[in-house]
Write a protein that binds this ligand. Structure first.
Ligand SMILES: CC(=O)SCCNC(=O)CCNC(=O)[C@H](O)C(C)(C)COP(=O)(O)OP(=O)(O)OC[C@H]1O[C@@H](n2cnc3c(N)ncnc32)[C@H](O)[C@@H]1OP(=O)(O)O
Ligand SMILES: CC(C)C(=O)C(=O)O
Length: 607
């Protein structure tokens, strides 16, 4: 009987306060769609780095920086120079060694403290393009607890230090020719009264005083320093900010989502629809606590919508290798796009759909190509082509006890070039299923192909069964009697060959209306093997001179000596491959016969 159990926990309503929804009827983001990629800023070397148990060494930072350049980032937050000598010296190293391409803006973070701002400017001396990023927290909790400041004092802090940044940037432009941009972050924006955020940013903008367009816009970076509300709320806050800040055209609105509720990606996407121009984040979502928003994830989400992300992740494994080595953190196997399991189907119905999807897509793309149309990716369960990320299709289908015939057949096709007929797929699937159940583990491609070779005695002398076809000759003669249907004479085929039976060579002869029935007749006459043909199919493998024929045969018992051991409904499949179509059919017969006569059976071979 169901009993209503109550967990003996704290009543959360007595402990936690819900977020207060913004009363904003003017929102338009819910009906907008993505049109282009935002400006990206990587903060791996700052926010990501400051969250690591062991912050990166100078060498690791350099390796990571070069990776970011290779991926196409044009704005990179490289350090919190006032934090440590490592950070300061890293900035100096990049500047002094011309590591920064001319079209890349480096960004450096400083708090609103004059001594630390000055140290920050010292670090960038001689750089060509610099974004000075200053922050102070603005929400009530931080105003009251951390800074013990009123709203006015909080604005004063931001404004007075913006003026210091202004003066220093003018001086460094004069002395070093550096181009500066200014980014101000009202830290804890998403927990701050939105009108106060607008007010403090307006005051900072006035203090900066150089409203411009393009690269001369001031950047207001609006962080969800801690994600405390659902993503629609963040989108509302961003749209409100975008529509209430003055001189919007002189402002870059930037996002900086964290992921405490696990909705950092959603928050960033909805907030872009809310009007933001730029996103700060880290590769694979490293960063404080649950991480910064994952830029790889965001960029590839756009890519799958047909929108160029302006970042290159076509060698995703190369990116993963560098990032995991530098951060010393693993990537979860289910991490979007990057995890080792994200393009893998174990379950039968997924595998079946993927297999059919690949077959259909191949035909569709051939038609598209002939008509000069784009070859659109449209595949069940695979929202992106793994090849676009530099991955192969190897891992797309993996087999365990949850898998089905489609997945097993897909792997046989991929690895042995054999397109098994449906009924043979079912038969072989049962073989694989039995092993997977018995061994309670994943079946590797090697396991599956080995099971196939062993079951069907396929693939050379190593897999020979009790019977092996050593040589043969087919001759044709007109049959004595005309056929019933058309009164013309049928042709009769004669099989003369040598078959090795349990290691002993036997010469056999038989006849029939084709090579296969002639061989079956020979086996019946000379070896007491009574089997008849139920199904035959074939296809070619490859083309041109090297083309081969693959044949598939289903045999059923025609006498008791095999039936008794196997049951009357038993049938046996076989496969043969040869450059000669007749030989491939005969090999398939021997393959099926071997399956039938392998132990346990009553057939003794009569040798
Ligand atoms: C949300 C973010 O990620 S913000 C970036 C956070 N990153 C880091 O903190 C990494 C680098 N930081 C550091 O190396 C050090 O904290 C330093 C060098 C910046 C400062 O170190 P310290 O001088 O020892 O100060 P400490 O970190 O203990 O305390 C911070 C002080 O700065 C104040 N403060 C904090 N943030 C800011 C800010 N944005 N602007 C001005 N003052 C600030 C605090 O109120 C506190 O002041 P108090 O000493 O008067 O109480
Ligand atoms: C400095 C700011 C942008 C920050 O890192 C945060 O709020 O998370």
């Amino acid at each position: 009987m169901y009993t209503d159990t109550v967990l003996p926990s704290v009543d959360p309503s007595q402990k936690y306060q819900p977020y207060i929804p913004l009363q904003f009827d003017g929102r338009t983001w819910p009906t907008r769609t993505f049109k282009k990629a935002p400006i990206w800023l990587s903060t791996d070397l700052r926010d990501g780095n400051q969250a690591l148990a062991n912050p990166m060494t100078a060498d690791q930072k350099l390796t990571f920086f070069r990776l970011l350049i290779k991926c196409g980032f044009k704005e990179i937050e490289i350090a919190y120079p006032a934090a440590s000598d490592t950070d300061f010296n890293f900035v100096r190293y990049l500047v002094e060694n011309n590591e920064i391409p001319d079209d890349v803006w480096i960004q450096v973070l400083t708090p609103a403290r004059e001594d630390l701002i000055r140290r920050t400017f010292d670090s960038i001396a001689g750089a060509k393009r610099v974004i000075i990023h200053m922050y102070n927290a603005t929400c009530a909790l931080f105003r009251g607890v951390v800074f013990r400041n009123s709203k006015e004092q909080t604005i004063d802090l931001a404004v007075s230090h913006t003026k210091i940044v202004r003066d220093l940037s003018d001086k460094y432009t004069a002395s070093h020719g550096t181009m500066f941009r200014y980014e101000y972050s009202p830290e804890t924006f998403s927990q701050t009264e939105v009108d106060f955020s607008v007010a403090i940013c307006a005051a900072v903008k006035a203090a900066w005083g150089k409203a411009g367009t393009g690269d001369n816009r001031i950047i207001f970076n609006l962080p969800a320093t801690v994600e405390v509300a659902p993503p629609n709320h963040y989108a509302d806050q961003i749209e409100y900010f975008c529509t209430h800040i003055s001189e919007r055209e002189h402002v870059v609105v930037s996002l900086h989502p964290h992921n405490d509720r696990g909705t950092g990606i959603a928050a960033a996407e909805l907030a872009v629809l809310g009007g933001a121009d730029r996103i700060e984040g880290c590769l694979f979502g490293n960063g404080e606590r649950t991480g910064n928003v994952d830029i790889v994830n965001l960029a590839l989400n756009l890519y799958t919508q047909g929108i160029p992300p302006n970042l290159d992740f076509s060698d995703l494994q190369g990116v993963i290798d560098v990032v995991t080595q530098c951060n010393d953190l693993p990537i979860h196997p289910r991490h979007p796009y990057a995890g080792e399991l994200v393009f893998t189907a174990f379950s039968g119905s997924h595998q079946d759909a993927i297999k059919k999807g690949f077959e259909d897509q191949k035909r569709r793309h051939a038609r598209n190509s002939a008509n000069g149309e784009p070859q659109i990716w449209s595949m069940p369960y695979l929202p992106i082509d793994p090849a676009d990320l530099g991955c192969t299709y190897e891992a797309v289908i993996r087999v365990n006890s949850q898998s089905g015939k489609g997945g097993v057949a897909y792997l046989i096709k991929q690895h042995l070039d054999l397109d098994l007929p449906r009924k043979m797929q079912i038969a072989f699937y049962q073989v694989v299923q039995a092993i997977a159940d018995r061994e309670a583990r994943e079946m590797t491609v090697e396991d599956i192909t080995a099971a196939f070779r062993n079951t069907y005695h396929f693939g050379g002398s190593k897999h020979e069964g009790r019977l092996a076809l050593k040589s043969f000759n087919i001759t044709t003669e007109p049959s004595a009697e005309p056929s019933d249907e058309d009164e013309t004479r049928d042709e009769r085929r004669y099989f003369d060959g040598t078959v090795k039976v349990d290691g002993v060579l036997r010469i056999v002869r038989g006849d029939g209306n084709g090579p296969i029935s002639a061989l079956l007749d020979a086996l019946r006459t000379h070896l007491d093997i009574h089997l008849t043909l139920r199904e035959y199919s074939e296809h070619t493998i490859g083309d041109g001179e090297s083309a081969k024929a693959a044949s598939y045969i289903e045999l059923v018992a025609a006498s008791d000596n095999i039936k008794e051991a196997r049951g009357t409904s038993q049938c046996w499949w076989g496969v043969g491959v040869d450059s000669d179509i007749t030989a491939s059919g005969l090999r398939a017969v021997l393959s099926a016969v071997n399956t039938a006569v392998s132990a346990p059976t009553t057939w003794t071979g009569r040798c």
